[in-house]
Design a protein around this ligand. Structure first.
Ligand code: BEZ
Length: 328
């Protein structure tokens, strides 16, 4: 009888132990809008592999690129309910919900990709992430980025003035909409996966885009006039659903945080390293390039500031951080 009881106790203990392993093991889903070949998607895939390896197969991450789970607004809703576990998001949808993030899109806040990288890795930018759990219901692990923004047009452009009245594709978010409205263009919000066709069928005259996407997604096949303006940086943020985060133990949180942050830092470094080379690749193609600087956008910037300096309270702090970076 005693031996029987002991055996039962052992079976129960084994069951409990097994149960607790099963309860902790997770199949996470990570969504993003970029196609499989994009650096962001590759970083998400590398994160999935690392998490699987470092958790000894306990945790898995399925990556869903190209808006397979919906656009960013839909993904944010899924993150809020816990239907989606993780995402790499442009700041666009986040800034629609938390206007302070619009400060990251201030025109000419930084002058080049090196300054963009340094600003996104500054304390001033990190502090913005503290707002995410309360305002959006997600935990911000860190920033990535794409390249500096340029304008690619189907017709000749000698300067920002030529963008007046043009249907200009933008990523769907308010700060960039306000910038092009101030410029006199007709901003046309369109997520990245729809851009090639919109250029091909004439739905838009020009697009707001970075060197990498112009090359990788071959937008230069459909528009061959580049206004090389470097007018904005383009941050990305790696997030985990707040609901999912609360269910995780401290070790898992630390593991996910460390591995995701390492991939986000790698994305920043890759864009920083390739920017000049990609500019040269575009110069070597059969496209017309005109350079534009801050002064040529002065009126539009003034109008943008009139709206956003009061709307995005973080702007002053970010500007100070950007000045420190420029001076260092
Ligand atoms: C865009 O909307 O232009 C974009 C989104 C993600 C990565 C690069 C570009």
């Amino acid at each position: 009888m005693t031996r029987f009881k002991t055996a039962l106790t052992l079976v129960a203990a084994a069951g409990l132990a097994l149960g607790s392993v099963t309860a902790q093991a997770r199949d996470f889903r990570l969504g993003l809008i970029t196609p499989p070949a994009h650096i962001w998607t590759q970083a998400a895939t590398d994160f999935a592999q690392e998490l699987r390896d470092q958790s000894h197969g306990q945790h898995r991450v399925s990556v869903f690129p190209s808006q397979q789970l919906g656009n960013e607004a839909q993904m944010v809703q899924q993150l809020q309910t816990g239907a989606l576990d993780m995402a790499f998001l442009t700041i666009a949808e986040i800034s629609n919900r938390v206007p302070d993030f619009g400060a990251l899109y201030a025109p000419y806040l930084v002058e080049d990709i090196d300054q963009a990288a340094a600003l996104l890795q500054s304390d001033a930018a990190s502090r913005l992430l503290d707002q995410l759990p309360g305002s959006v219901g997600v935990v911000g692990i860190g920033y990535g980025m794409a390249g500096m923004r340029q304008v690619l047009s189907r017709t000749a452009v000698e300067g920002p003035g030529d963008l007046k009245g043009k249907k200009l594709r933008i990523t769907p978010f308010e700060p960039i909409r306000d910038f092009y409205t101030a410029l006199g263009s007709a901003p046309t919000p369109l997520p990245l996966p729809g851009v090639y066709d919109a250029l091909a069928n004439g739905q838009v005259d020009a697009i707001d885009m970075d060197f990498d996407s112009i090359l990788v997604l071959k937008f230069y096949e459909r528009a061959n006039h580049l206004l090389l303006s470097n007018h904005m940086m383009f941050p990305m943020v790696g997030v985990v659903s707040g609901r999912v985060w609360r269910e995780l133990g401290n070790d898992d949180k630390a593991l996910i945080q460390g591995l995701m942050k390492a991939q986000l830092d790698k994305v920043i470094e890759q864009f920083r390293q390739q920017e000049r080379d990609q500019e040269q690749q575009l110069r070597d193609l059969n496209i017309q390039i005109v350079e534009a600087d801050r002064a040529t956008f002065a009126d539009a910037i003034q109008r943008w500031e009139a709206t956003w300096s009061s709307k995005a309270k973080a702007l002053d702090g970010l500007r100070r951080a950007a000045q420190d970076i420029k001076g260092s």
